[in-house]
Design a binder for this molecule. Structure first.
Ligand code: ADP
Ligand code: NI
Length: 214
Protein backbone atom coordinates (compact mmCIF):
# COMPACT_ATOMS: atom_id res chain seq x y z
CA UNK A 1 0.00 0.00 0.00
CA UNK A 2 1.96 3.05 -1.21
CA UNK A 3 -0.21 5.42 0.85
CA UNK A 4 0.77 3.58 4.03
CA UNK A 5 4.47 3.47 3.07
CA UNK A 6 4.52 7.20 2.37
CA UNK A 7 2.75 7.90 5.64
CA UNK A 8 5.21 5.76 7.60
CA UNK A 9 8.12 7.70 6.05
CA UNK A 10 6.45 11.04 6.88
CA UNK A 11 5.73 10.06 10.49
CA UNK A 12 9.23 8.68 11.09
CA UNK A 13 10.81 11.87 9.74
CA UNK A 14 8.46 14.16 11.67
CA UNK A 15 8.91 12.34 14.97
CA UNK A 16 12.71 12.04 14.78
CA UNK A 17 13.95 13.24 18.18
CA UNK A 18 10.52 13.07 19.87
CA UNK A 19 10.52 12.11 23.57
CA UNK A 20 10.32 8.39 24.28
CA UNK A 21 6.63 8.27 25.23
CA UNK A 22 5.46 9.60 21.86
CA UNK A 23 8.24 8.61 19.46
CA UNK A 24 8.12 6.49 16.29
CA UNK A 25 8.28 3.29 18.36
CA UNK A 26 5.06 4.29 20.19
CA UNK A 27 3.43 4.84 16.80
CA UNK A 28 4.72 1.50 15.52
CA UNK A 29 3.28 -0.31 18.57
CA UNK A 30 -0.09 1.42 18.20
CA UNK A 31 -0.08 0.62 14.47
CA UNK A 32 0.54 -3.08 15.21
CA UNK A 33 -2.10 -3.13 17.97
CA UNK A 34 -4.62 -1.44 15.67
CA UNK A 35 -3.92 -3.86 12.82
CA UNK A 36 -4.38 -6.81 15.17
CA UNK A 37 -7.61 -5.48 16.69
CA UNK A 38 -8.95 -4.70 13.23
CA UNK A 39 -8.50 -8.33 12.16
CA UNK A 40 -11.46 -9.24 14.35
CA UNK A 41 -13.33 -5.91 14.45
CA UNK A 42 -13.24 -5.37 10.70
CA UNK A 43 -13.24 -1.59 10.42
CA UNK A 44 -12.04 0.22 7.28
CA UNK A 45 -8.38 -0.82 7.27
CA UNK A 46 -6.99 2.21 5.46
CA UNK A 47 -8.65 4.62 7.90
CA UNK A 48 -7.56 2.57 10.93
CA UNK A 49 -3.94 2.39 9.79
CA UNK A 50 -3.66 6.04 8.71
CA UNK A 51 -5.20 7.24 11.97
CA UNK A 52 -2.90 4.98 14.02
CA UNK A 53 0.14 6.35 12.16
CA UNK A 54 -0.90 10.01 12.40
CA UNK A 55 -2.58 10.15 15.83
CA UNK A 56 0.38 11.74 17.65
CA UNK A 57 1.89 13.63 14.72
CA UNK A 58 1.84 16.80 16.84
CA UNK A 59 0.88 16.57 20.50
CA UNK A 60 -0.89 19.69 21.86
CA UNK A 61 1.06 19.11 25.13
CA UNK A 62 4.26 20.03 23.33
CA UNK A 63 2.70 22.73 21.10
CA UNK A 64 1.34 25.32 23.53
CA UNK A 65 -1.94 23.46 23.91
CA UNK A 66 -2.93 23.91 20.22
CA UNK A 67 -5.44 21.07 19.82
CA UNK A 68 -5.85 21.53 16.05
CA UNK A 69 -2.19 21.25 15.10
CA UNK A 70 -2.25 17.44 14.83
CA UNK A 71 -5.41 17.17 12.69
CA UNK A 72 -4.13 20.05 10.52
CA UNK A 73 -0.71 18.47 9.87
CA UNK A 74 -2.34 15.10 9.13
CA UNK A 75 -4.75 16.64 6.66
CA UNK A 76 -2.06 18.68 4.89
CA UNK A 77 0.09 15.58 4.51
CA UNK A 78 -2.73 13.28 3.33
CA UNK A 79 -3.88 15.92 0.88
CA UNK A 80 -0.34 16.21 -0.51
CA UNK A 81 -0.29 12.50 -1.37
CA UNK A 82 -3.76 12.61 -2.96
CA UNK A 83 -5.92 10.84 -0.34
CA UNK A 84 -9.70 11.40 -0.75
CA UNK A 85 -11.33 14.14 1.34
CA UNK A 86 -13.77 11.76 2.99
CA UNK A 87 -10.93 9.62 4.34
CA UNK A 88 -8.98 12.68 5.46
CA UNK A 89 -12.02 14.00 7.37
CA UNK A 90 -12.48 10.70 9.18
CA UNK A 91 -8.79 10.46 10.11
CA UNK A 92 -8.91 14.04 11.46
CA UNK A 93 -11.96 13.24 13.59
CA UNK A 94 -10.20 10.21 15.03
CA UNK A 95 -7.11 12.26 15.93
CA UNK A 96 -9.29 14.94 17.59
CA UNK A 97 -11.29 12.48 19.66
CA UNK A 98 -8.73 9.82 20.51
CA UNK A 99 -7.09 11.04 23.67
CA UNK A 100 -7.99 10.35 27.26
CA UNK A 101 -8.18 14.13 27.65
CA UNK A 102 -10.71 14.38 24.81
CA UNK A 103 -12.82 11.71 26.47
CA UNK A 104 -13.07 13.95 29.56
CA UNK A 105 -14.74 16.60 27.37
CA UNK A 106 -17.94 16.37 25.33
CA UNK A 107 -17.96 13.44 22.92
CA UNK A 108 -18.90 14.75 19.49
CA UNK A 109 -17.83 11.97 17.17
CA UNK A 110 -18.07 8.19 17.24
CA UNK A 111 -16.97 5.50 14.81
CA UNK A 112 -15.83 1.90 14.84
CA UNK A 113 -12.45 3.00 13.48
CA UNK A 114 -12.08 5.54 16.33
CA UNK A 115 -12.80 2.77 18.86
CA UNK A 116 -10.17 0.52 17.31
CA UNK A 117 -7.39 3.12 17.21
CA UNK A 118 -8.32 4.42 20.67
CA UNK A 119 -8.09 0.92 22.16
CA UNK A 120 -4.76 0.39 20.35
CA UNK A 121 -3.37 3.64 21.80
CA UNK A 122 -4.71 2.92 25.29
CA UNK A 123 -3.10 -0.50 25.36
CA UNK A 124 0.26 1.23 24.97
CA UNK A 125 -0.44 3.24 28.15
CA UNK A 126 -0.90 -0.02 30.10
CA UNK A 127 1.31 -2.92 31.17
CA UNK A 128 5.12 -2.85 31.26
CA UNK A 129 5.35 -0.31 28.45
CA UNK A 130 2.65 1.89 29.98
CA UNK A 131 4.61 1.94 33.24
CA UNK A 132 7.81 2.88 31.40
CA UNK A 133 6.00 5.65 29.53
CA UNK A 134 4.43 7.06 32.69
CA UNK A 135 7.81 7.37 34.45
CA UNK A 136 9.38 8.84 31.31
CA UNK A 137 6.64 11.48 31.22
CA UNK A 138 6.98 12.07 34.98
CA UNK A 139 10.74 12.58 34.54
CA UNK A 140 10.18 14.99 31.69
CA UNK A 141 7.82 16.96 33.97
CA UNK A 142 10.22 16.67 36.91
CA UNK A 143 7.66 14.86 39.09
CA UNK A 144 8.50 12.74 42.13
CA UNK A 145 7.95 8.99 41.77
CA UNK A 146 5.66 8.72 44.77
CA UNK A 147 4.63 10.70 47.84
CA UNK A 148 2.49 8.81 50.37
CA UNK A 149 1.04 12.14 51.60
CA UNK A 150 -0.40 13.13 48.23
CA UNK A 151 -3.56 11.14 47.54
CA UNK A 152 -4.62 10.44 43.95
CA UNK A 153 -7.75 12.21 42.74
CA UNK A 154 -9.95 11.56 39.76
CA UNK A 155 -9.81 14.37 37.24
CA UNK A 156 -13.19 15.55 36.08
CA UNK A 157 -12.02 18.02 33.44
CA UNK A 158 -9.37 18.25 30.74
CA UNK A 159 -7.77 21.21 32.52
CA UNK A 160 -7.36 19.32 35.79
CA UNK A 161 -5.86 16.35 33.96
CA UNK A 162 -3.40 18.49 31.99
CA UNK A 163 -2.29 20.67 34.88
CA UNK A 164 -1.68 18.07 37.57
CA UNK A 165 1.73 18.09 39.26
CA UNK A 166 1.05 14.93 41.24
CA UNK A 167 3.61 12.13 41.68
CA UNK A 168 3.79 9.62 38.85
CA UNK A 169 2.34 6.79 40.96
CA UNK A 170 -0.87 8.84 41.24
CA UNK A 171 -1.21 8.67 37.47
CA UNK A 172 -1.93 4.95 37.83
CA UNK A 173 -5.09 5.75 39.82
CA UNK A 174 -5.96 8.83 37.78
CA UNK A 175 -5.75 7.11 34.40
CA UNK A 176 -3.86 3.85 33.87
CA UNK A 177 -6.01 1.61 36.07
CA UNK A 178 -9.20 3.10 34.60
CA UNK A 179 -8.33 2.14 31.04
CA UNK A 180 -9.36 -1.51 31.30
CA UNK A 181 -13.02 -0.56 31.74
CA UNK A 182 -12.88 2.05 28.98
CA UNK A 183 -11.88 -0.42 26.27
CA UNK A 184 -14.41 -0.53 23.47
CA UNK A 185 -13.49 -3.60 21.42
CA UNK A 186 -13.53 -7.25 22.54
CA UNK A 187 -9.95 -7.83 21.39
CA UNK A 188 -8.83 -4.67 23.21
CA UNK A 189 -10.61 -5.78 26.39
CA UNK A 190 -8.86 -9.15 26.38
CA UNK A 191 -5.36 -7.71 25.98
CA UNK A 192 -6.12 -4.93 28.49
CA UNK A 193 -7.09 -7.39 31.19
CA UNK A 194 -3.64 -9.01 31.25
CA UNK A 195 -1.86 -5.64 31.17
CA UNK A 196 -4.07 -4.35 33.99
CA UNK A 197 -3.21 -7.29 36.23
CA UNK A 198 0.49 -6.73 35.55
CA UNK A 199 0.19 -3.10 36.71
CA UNK A 200 -1.48 -4.24 39.94
CA UNK A 201 1.38 -6.68 40.56
CA UNK A 202 3.88 -3.89 39.85
CA UNK A 203 2.20 -1.51 42.32
CA UNK A 204 2.11 -4.17 44.98
CA UNK A 205 5.87 -4.74 44.64
CA UNK A 206 6.51 -0.98 44.48
CA UNK A 207 4.84 -0.40 47.88
CA UNK A 208 6.60 -3.38 49.41
CA UNK A 209 9.98 -2.05 48.33
CA UNK A 210 9.00 1.48 49.46
CA UNK A 211 8.38 0.19 52.96
CA UNK A 212 11.72 -1.61 52.92
CA UNK A 213 10.40 -5.13 52.65
CA UNK A 214 12.56 -7.55 50.73
P1 ADP B 1 -3.81 11.20 26.04
O1 ADP B 1 -3.27 11.79 24.76
O2 ADP B 1 -4.59 9.96 25.90
O3 ADP B 1 -4.41 12.26 26.94
P2 ADP B 1 -1.34 11.48 27.11
O4 ADP B 1 -0.72 12.07 25.88
O5 ADP B 1 -1.71 12.35 28.25
O6 ADP B 1 -2.58 10.65 26.74
O7 ADP B 1 -0.41 10.35 27.60
C1 ADP B 1 0.66 9.85 26.88
C2 ADP B 1 1.54 9.03 27.77
O8 ADP B 1 2.03 9.82 28.84
C3 ADP B 1 0.77 7.89 28.40
O9 ADP B 1 1.56 6.76 28.53
C4 ADP B 1 0.37 8.48 29.71
O10 ADP B 1 0.07 7.52 30.66
C5 ADP B 1 1.56 9.32 30.07
N1 ADP B 1 1.13 10.43 30.94
C6 ADP B 1 0.22 11.39 30.71
N2 ADP B 1 0.03 12.17 31.79
C7 ADP B 1 0.85 11.69 32.74
C8 ADP B 1 1.14 12.03 34.10
N3 ADP B 1 0.52 13.03 34.70
N4 ADP B 1 2.03 11.27 34.76
C9 ADP B 1 2.66 10.24 34.17
N5 ADP B 1 2.44 9.86 32.90
C10 ADP B 1 1.56 10.57 32.19
NI1 NI C 1 -0.52 7.79 21.27
Amino acid sequence: MPIIDKTIAFVKATLAGAEAGHDWFHIARVYNNAKKINESERGDELIVLLAALLHDIADPKFNNGDEEIGPRMASEFLNSIGVEDEIIDHVQQIIRNLSFKASLGTITFESKELNIVQDADRLDAMGAIGIARAFTYGGYKNRVLYDPEIAPKLHQTKEEYKNTTAPTINHFYEKLLLLKDLMKTDTGKKIASQRHDFMLTYLDQFYREWKGAI
